[in-house]
Write a protein that binds this ligand. Structure first.
Ligand SMILES: Cc1ncc(COP(=O)(O)O)c(C=O)c1O
Length: 422
C-alpha cells in the first residue's frame, strides 16, 4: 500500500520520437505532496479562487443555461463566441491594444495557445528563443515539436536584449521561428521587462524578421509601479496571449490569442484539429460574469491579497535566508526566484524540504537543458501570509543544513568559489 509500482511499458518502442523530449512538469508532480496535511506549498502557481464570488459565478452559470441553454450546450465556432471576443477586445483596449473581436481566437487557456503556436510554427530542429529561465508549461508545449531552444538570460529589467542581439547575430536573419517572452512579472523569475528593453526587443525582432510571442497572464496583477505597455500595443505584429485564469478562474479554461490575420488563420486551423471549438458553456458563463459582476473590485481584492503575500515572503526571506542566497523582488504576479551559488544543488533538496513540510520548485525545470539546479521558484500566491513565513523558515533550515556541508568543503578547498560569487 502506498508504494510506487514500476510498470514495464511494453509500448515503449511505439511512441513518436517527439514525446521522448517532453519532460513531466515538476509543478504538476508536486501536486500530491502539496496536498499532504500540514504541508506548506510554495510550489504551485495556483490563483486564490476562494476569493472569487461563488454566488456570482453560480448565477452566471445558471443564467448561461436558463437564458442560452441551446447555445451553451451546443458546439460553437472555432474562434469562440462573438460576445466573449467583444469583452476580450474591450479588456485589450484598456491596456492600449486596439483590435476588433475578429482578431481574437478564444483558446482553452493560454496553455492551449502555446501548443497551437508551437504546432503551427515548429519543425524538428527549428530554433526558438525564450527567456532563461522560462515558463515550464511553455517548455512542455514547445518541446513536443522538437525545437532547439535557446535561452536568453535575464536581469532585473527582464530579458537581456544585448545577449539576445548576440544570439540573433549568430543565427542570422529569420534564424529563429519565434521569440517567446513573458514581459510582466515573469514566470518563474518574477521580473518585469523595462520599457527600453521592450522597445529594443521589438527593434531586433523587426531587424531579424522574427515573430514575437508575448505571454501576459499576470499583467493585471500589479502591486506597485505604473502600468507597462504590452509589446502588442507597440507593434501590431506581436502574437499576444491572454487568459481569464488569473483575473477570474483557471477552472473555466479560457484564454485567447491575437495575431496578424495570416497567423491567426493558421492557429485557427490547428485549433480545429485539437478540439473543434472551445466550451460554449464556459464562454457564456464568463460573459455573464464579466457583464453582471463587479469583477474589477474582485480583482482589486485579489491583487491586494497577493501583494500582502509577496510582502510576507520577502520579509521572511530577509529574515531567514542565508547570505549566500539572492532573490528577485517582484512588483506583481505570483513568483520569487531564488538563486544560490553554482555549487548548491537545490533540486536534490526537495525531498528533504518535503520532509520538513514545505514544497518549492527546483530551478532546472524552467530550463530545457539542466541549467538552474542552483535555483528555486517560490510561489507566494497560494498560502496565507503566516504560512508563507513559516514555509520560508522551514526551507531556510533545509538550506542551512546543506550550506554547512558546502561551507566545510569550501574551507577544506574541496569546492572552488569564484571571486565575487556569494
Ligand atoms: C506564463 C504562463 N503562461 C501561460 C500559463 C497558462 O495559463 P492558462 O491557465 O491560461 O492556460 C501560465 C499559467 O500559470 C503561465 O504562468
Amino acid at each position: 500500500m502506498g508504494t510506487a509500482r514500476v510498470v514495464f511499458d511494453r509500448w515503449g518502442d511505439r511512441y513518436a520520437r517527439r514525446i521522448a523530449s517532453v519532460r513531466s512538469s515538476a509543478v504538476r508532480d508536486l501536486f500530491a505532496a502539496a496536498s499532504m496535511p500540514d504541508m506548506i506549498s510554495l510550489s504551485g502557481g495556483m490563483p486564490e479562487v476562494s476569493r472569487v464570488p461563488i454566488a456570482a459565478v453560480a448565477q452566471a452559470a445558471s443564467e448561461a443555461i436558463m437564458h442560452e441553454g441551446a447555445a451553451a450546450l451546443q458546439y460553437g465556432s472555432s474562434e469562440g463566441r462573438e460576445q466573449i471576443r467583444t469583452i476580450i477586445a474591450e479588456l485589450m483596449a484598456e491596456i492600449g491594444v486596439r483590435l476588433s473581436p475578429g482578431e481574437v481566437v478564444v483558446t482553452a487557456g493560454a496553455q492551449q495557445a502555446l501548443d497551437l503556436i508551437a504546432k503551427a510554427f515548429i519543425d524538428p530542429g527549428d530554433v526558438i528563443i525564450t527567456e532563461g529561465p522560462t515558463y515550464v508549461g511553455a517548455l512542455q508545449a514547445f518541446s513536443a515539436y522538437q525545437p532547439d531552444i535557446r535561452c536568453i538570460p535575464m536581469d532585473d529589467d527582464g530579458m537581456r536584449t544585448d545577449l539576445l542581439e548576440e544570439e540573433l547575430k549568430r543565427l542570422g536573419p529569420r534564424g529563429a521561428k519565434f521569440i517567446y517572452t513573458i514581459p510582466n512579472f515573469q514566470n518563474p523569475a518574477g521580473v518585469t521587462m523595462s520599457p527600453e528593453r521592450r522597445r529594443r526587443l521589438l527593434e531586433l525582432a523587426r531587424e531579424y524578421d522574427i515573430p514575437v510571442v508575448e505571454d501576459d497572464p499576470y499583467g493585471r496583477l500589479r502591486f506597485e509601479g505604473g502600468h507597462m505597455k504590452p509589446l502588442r500595443s507597440l507593434d501590431d505584429e506581436v502574437i499576444y496571449l491572454g487568459t481569464f485564469s488569473k483575473i477570474f478562474a483557471p477552472g473555466l479554461r479560457l484564454g485567447w490569442v491575437t495575431a496578424p490575420r495570416p497567423i491567426l488563420a493558421k492557429i485557427l486551423l490547428v485549433k480545429q484539429g485539437a478540439d473543434l471549438c472551445g466550451s460554449n458553456f464556459a464562454q457564456v458563463t464568463a460573459e455573464r460574469y464579466f457583464l453582471g459582476t463587479r469583477w474589477r473590485r474582485v480583482l482589486q481584492g485579489l491583487t491586494a491579497t497577493y501583494s500582502e503575500r509577496r510582502d510576507a515572503m520577502l520579509a521572511a526571506l530577509d529574515e531567514h535566508f542565508p547570505p549566500e542566497a539572492r532573490w528577485t523582488r517582484p512588483d506583481g504576479g505570483f513568483f520569487v526566484w531564488v538563486e544560490m551559488p553554482p555549487y548548491v544543488d537545490c533540486a536534490s533538496m526537495l525531498a528533504e524540504a518535503v520532509e520538513h513540510g514545505v514544497t518549492f520548485v527546483p530551478g532546472d525545470g524552467f530550463y530545457p537543458d539542466g541549467r538552474g539546479r542552483n535555483c528555486m521558484r517560490l510561489a507566494f500566491c497560494y498560502a496565507e501570509p503566516e504560512k508563507i513565513a513559516e514555509g520560508i523558515r522551514r526551507l531556510a533550515e533545509v538550506l542551512e543544513d546543506r550550506l554547512e556541508l558546502y561551507r566545510a568543503f569550501i574551507a577544506a578547498g574541496a569546492i572552488e568559489v569564484e571571486e565575487g560569487a556569494a
